[in-house]
Design a protein around this ligand. Structure first.
Ligand SMILES: NC(=O)c1ccc[n+]([C@@H]2O[C@H](COP(=O)([O-])OP(=O)(O)OC[C@H]3O[C@@H](n4cnc5c(N)ncnc54)[C@H](O)[C@@H]3O)[C@@H](O)[C@H]2O)c1
Length: 358
């Protein structure tokens, strides 16, 4: 159980593979920042992951889940995934379980180019690629509704239901507009396939038209998801905030990550405003890199900045982002970004830049 404290508690779950290495480097940076700014945070470490599951059959104990829900400000997760658990049984409870049971309906993924060398697009500068994706995180085709009929026969029927509720659609669209208003962003683009998914995505269209009326200072735009994929590559400068359903958000945010340097830099938050939220880098556990001090910690460090921002520590969050940007420009990075530092040395470089007042 958590200690009695007036500080905001953060549960660190390093997880599997490279998770523990990038978590160690990232928490060091967050602690450095907390000390400098006097932030009231306490990090508590938890060993939930494949190793514990294989040893004890434990995934996420109910008592720990309730503790996180009632006493913690955030969960900071490294990565889950181990070849010895091919069905990812532990991850289903730990990651998906928390996403659904904590009702973390916003999956927020920034797409921000930090260095021109990291985009595969020609002649693009950092100011050309700077937007965020709001992916609906609790419904759609990921709700797990459906089934098989006549399974493993020649007549098999397999169905997954696409669940879109008025409440679910409205709150994610509203969250995107609220973010735009709060951050001075002028454009919100909603994306669906209402031309073919007429019922479910027709609801998205109707709700988008209603909610946009409350935000007259923001320009609404609609693009079908296939066109949006093309436009993100052709004209990324045209976007500030994108909001879309679970499936399209999953795919388009990976496209977004590829536009700005790939998985080593991609951060994400699973958020329910005002409640405990879960922050994790987009990447997985990268088993071939594990234990080699080779993984890039910057995705998790940027995820930590997003967590700090969510907790209201905006100055500290901006400073961590500046430090990451400077480390990249000084080439104090891991091999995947063209540098020669190890995981911990790269994290140390960011911490030093913060200490030096970047
Ligand atoms: N949220 C999560 O925890 C999550 C997400 C995706 C995959 N997974 C799991 O992770 C395991 C491996 O999956 P995968 O290989 O498809 O995806 P992955 O993200 O682990 O790796 C994909 C590629 O990116 C590279 N990469 C990833 N993170 C990196 C980093 N920080 N620095 C440098 N290179 C990095 C890897 O070396 C690999 O080449 C699987 O068990 C999968 O289910 C977990």
């Amino acid at each position: 159980m958590s200690a009695v404290s007036t500080n905001r508690l953060i549960a660190v779950i390093p997880g599997d593979g490279i998770g523990p290495e990038v978590a160690r480097a990232s928490v060091r940076v967050l602690e450095q920042s907390a000390t400098k700014h006097g932030l009231p945070v306490d990090f508590h470490w938890y060993d939930f992951g494949a190793e514990k599951y294989l040893r004890e059959g434990v995934t996420l104990p109910e008592a720990a889940f309730q503790d996180f829900k009632q006493n913690y400000a955030a969960v900071f997760l490294g990565a889950l995934g181990d070849p010895r658990v091919p069905d990812m049984a532990h991850a289903k409870d730990i990651l998906l379980g928390m996403r659904f049971r904590l009702d973390l309906f916003i999956n927020l993924r920034p797409v921000q180019l930090l260095h021109p060398a990291h985009t595969p697009l020609k002649d693009r500068k950092p100011e050309d690629i700077d937007f965020v994706i709001f992916r609906e995180n609790t419904e759609g085709l990921y709700a797990g509704m459906g089934g098989n009929f006549k399974k493993d026969t020649a007549e098999e029927i397999a169905i997954n239901e696409d669940v879109n509720t008025r409440l679910g659609v409205e709150r994610i669209i509203r969250a995107a507009f609220e973010y735009a208003r709060k951050n001075g962003k002028k454009r919100v683009c909603m994306s669906d396939k209402a031309n073919v998914l007429t019922y479910g995505h027709g609801l998205w269209q109707r709700v988008f038209k209603l909610v946009q009326q409350e935000y007259p200072e923001i320009t609404p735009r609609h693009l079908y998801a296939d066109v949006l994929a093309m436009e993100m590559v052709r004209a990324p400068q045209d976007f500030d905030v994108i909001v879309t359903c679970n499936l399209f958000g999953d795919i388009l945010s990976d496209l977004g990550a590829a536009l700005v340097g790939g998985l080593g830099l991609a951060a994400s938050g699973n958020i329910h405003p005002g409640k405990v939220s879960l922050f994790e880098p987009v990447h997985g556990s990268a088993p071939p890199l594990a234990g080699k001090d080779a993984a890039n910690p910057l995705a998790m460090i940027l995820t930590g900045a997003m967590m700090y921002e969510n907790l209201g520590f905006t100055d500290a969050a901006r400073e961590i982002e500046r430090a990451v940007r400077t480390a990249i420009h000084q080439n104090r990075v891991t091999r995947d970004l063209g540098g020669d530092l190890g995981t911990q040395a790269c994290g140390q470089a960011v911490a030093e830049l913060i200490a030096a007042g970047v």
